[in-house]
Design a protein around this ligand. Structure first.
Ligand code: PBG
Length: 349
């Protein structure tokens, strides 16, 4: 131990001891004016996308127990919500339909019904609040009894990749016809972005964008979402095993392969999901591509902050803002977050 270190250890707070330092980084943290000048990362309301769960009918909203503050909305309530979100400065919503069990089947054929709930929701928003950008998932999980994102071969215990992609491409065309701004394939099948691009273009929808769930991990943090859309009800658990298509949480290089393929196949926006536990992946993707990058702060990330705050263990607003800022710092341009509305309200003044 050097003499000076030994001396520091002996010093008391009132000492006149002075380090001979050239660099004192704390000088730039001294006042809020200096901290503002040196600030590196901003979070804006216009970076945020509000995911919304949609139900049929014209009844009351349905609160989701594992996601305090979030409810399933009927189409009339959804339209009013979009009006308010746009007034708050939130530019986009991502829609997730929760269907009646009677509409679910083994092959998810309701997804191709031109009158299905999510398509009616898109049309209603675009008619009443045309400036709101609308994003819809392309995946079969809301429509299948087994809750998987595609056609499930029970004997092989796996999804049928190419036949699923064919259905996703048809879903994309239906959503584009309804006026959606982004289709967002969330299924992780191989080759789906390219097939969706071709199907959209062949049908005259070259202006419809693709937000690709590119690096989507097989995460346990999706639990509350699966309650919200009822995609695990038949299995009686939300621990649905999607490891043959979603990424291994330990795999960084494999995530970069998926991202590169989606970019080459024509994605307009790339996505990393979940966000908080995968900040390193967001950073690496940011450095690999010039495309806009989205990150999805998923249901379990939302639920864990809500639960801790409900117990008085964390300050909800401060942890919320810090979690979103960290996702921006990692390199995300836009963030899908269940906190979007609450954040926008908190900065309204
Ligand atoms: C469906 C889908 C999921 C989420 C978004 N789209 C769940 C899943 O893959 O099982 C999760 C979102 C969340 O947890 O908030 N493909």
């Amino acid at each position: 131990m050097s003499d000076s270190v030994v001396m520091v250890l002996r010093m008391t707070a009132t000492s006149d001891f002075r380090l001979d330092l050239t660099h004192r980084p704390r000088r730039m943290r001294r006042t809020s004016a200096l901290r503002a000048l040196a600030n590196e990362t901003d979070l804006h309301v216009h970076n945020l996308i509000q995911p919304i769960f949609v139900i049929d009918g014209d009844g009351a909203l349905e609160p989701i127990e594992s996601m305090p503050g979030i409810s399933r909305l009927t189409i009339p309530l959804l339209v009013e919500e979009c009006r308010q979100l746009l007034a708050l400065g939130i530019p986009a919503v991502a829609l997730f339909p929760k269907l009646d069990d009677s509409l679910k089947s083994d092959d998810g054929r309701e997804a191709l019904n031109p009158g299905t709930l999510v398509l009616r929701a898109i049309r209603a928003i675009k008619a009443a609040v045309p400036d709101m950008a609308v994003i819809t998932d392309l995946a079969l999980d809301p429509y299948t009894v087994h809750g998987h994102d595609g056609l499930f071969d029970a004997r092989a215990g796996d999804l049928i990749n190419d036949a699923t992609v064919e259905i996703l491409a048809e879903m994309a065309v239906l959503a584009a016809e309804a006026g959606v701004d982004f289709v967002a394939p969330s299924d992780m099948m191989d080759g789906r972005v390219g097939a969706i691009r071709v199907a959209l273009d062949e049908n005259g929808f070259e202006k419809t964008s693709i937000m690709a769930y590119s690096a989507k991990f097989a995460s346990a943090f999706y639990g509350p979402f699966r309650d919200a859309v009822g995609s695990a009800s038949s299995a009686g658990t939300h621990h649905l095993d999607k490891r043959t298509y979603q990424l291994n949480p330990g795999n960084r290089r494999e995530a970069l392969i998926e991202v590169a393929l989606d970019e080459a196949e024509g994605a307009d926006v790339l996505m990393v999901k979940p966000a908080g536990p995968y900040l390193d992946i967001i950073r690496e993707v940011r450095e690999e591509t010039e495309l806009p990058l989205a990150a999805y702060q998923v249901s379990g990330e939302y639920a864990q902050l809500q639960a801790a705050a409900a117990n008085g263990w964390l300050d909800l607003e401060r942890c919320r803002d810090e979690s979103l800022l960290a996702i921006r710092r990692a390199g995300a341009d836009m963030i899908l977050t269940y906190f979007a509305r609450a954040y926008a309200e908190s900065v309204q003044g």
